[in-house]
Design a binder for this molecule. Structure first.
Ligand SMILES: *[C@@H]1O[C@H](CO)[C@@H](O)[C@H](O)[C@H]1NC(C)=O
Ligand SMILES: *[C@@H]1O[C@H](CO)[C@@H](O)[C@H](O)[C@H]1NC(C)=O
Length: 300
């Protein structure tokens, strides 16, 4: 009986130590499907930067950008150059044309069009579309100047060599290369207003200007961390300790969501200023967990 007792007590203590190791899970993930996620993006509420949380979300391993014009799959994020790439399932490409309502960014969203993004409006009404008329712009003689980018005209030529566009049998004059700078303060490309039935967007010629089949279709957006665009030091420290940056509370105060599921105020090495001293450093915690697991296993 005595033996059994002494066997049981350390066992229950071990189970007690092991339990938190088992139940804790990192609330904020460092990837969404195949896309690595780090600051300022996040995989859920309380993760990443609160300014971005409402626009970029992870659902069932799919990262999505939401604007007032729709939901767009995020295809890639270039963290070095701070560019997020999205696709618009409703846009036309060399392979497929389809009607679209256009694309717009919310005025208060922390995104702007990347210079590489080129929009080509397709099937625009040459008689009623405002891009061919007035809009305040005219040359010295009072003749209306279309808002289309004249230097971009060859792009229309190349696009019109695509089989899907040839099939539409449209005159090339209905094509207009529209650079984001012309989208105005609301970053709006409302095709209904512009009297065009479709658009195509791309951000790279893939080194072959004359081969529209290989262009990179989609939209490239720049993002900024904040006005000064500096990476918050606290977040860099957090990510350096395998944590994921997040926020909480009424003031969106910074937290570091650590691999063991706990939230630290700085990083996952020394950031725990609450709870047991066992958790003062992440490596120690991991060691204790592994040891506990091993001992439980040995007991069984
Ligand atoms: C840690 O923070 C995340 C994100 O804010 C939250 O979802 C999670 O519940 C927090 N975990 C703990 C243990 O407080
Ligand atoms: C303006 O009109 C003059 C003749 O009246 C013509 O020579 C000139 O080319 C016109 N300019 C433009 C930009 O159309």
């Amino acid at each position: 009986m005595k033996l059994r007792h002494s066997y049981c007590t350390p066992f229950s203590i071990l189970v007690f130590i092991t339990l938190p190791c088992l139940i804790s899970a990192q609330a904020c993930q460092n990837s969404c499907g195949k896309i690595p996620i780090s600051y300022p993006f996040g995989t859920g509420l309380g993760c990443g930067d609160p300014r971005f949380q409402k626009y970029v979300t992870c659902n069932q391993d799919k990262l999505t950008l939401t604007t007032h014009t729709g939901c767009y799959p995020v295809t890639n994020i270039d963290y070095t150059n701070q560019v997020i790439y999205i696709s618009d399932p409703s846009m036309s490409t060399c392979a497929c044309t389809q009607p679209s309502k256009g694309f717009g960014l919310d005025w208060d969203a922390p995104f702007s069009f990347h210079d590489d993004t080129v929009f080509t409006l397709l099937d625009c009404s040459t008689t009623s579309s405002p891009i061919y008329k007035t809009n305040g712009y005219s040359d010295n003689n009072g003749t209306a100047v279309p808002q289309c980018d004249r230097t971009g005209a060859p792009i229309c030529g190349f696009l019109f060599s695509c089989q899907a566009i040839i099939m539409l049998n449209l005159p090339i004059s209905t094509c207009c290369v529209y650079t984001p700078v012309d989208l105005g303060p609301s970053f709006e490309m409302d095709l209904q207003k512009l009297q065009c039935s479709s658009y195509s967007g791309f951000y790279s010629f893939s080194g072959q200007v004359a081969n529209p089949e290989n262009w990179k279709y989609g939209i490239a957006l720049k993002y900024k961390f904040n006005v000064y665009n500096d990476y918050p030091r606290s977040c860099a420290d957090c990510e350096g300790s395998h944590g994921v940056c997040g926020y909480r509370g009424a003031y969106n105060s910074f937290i570091c969501n650590c691999p063991n599921g706990l939230n630290a105020t700085s990083d996952c090495f020394f950031g725990y200023n609450h709870g047991s001293s066992l958790l003062k450093w992440q490596t120690g915690n991991r060691l204790i967990c592994s040891l506990a697991f091993f001992l439980v296993w040995a007991f069984l």
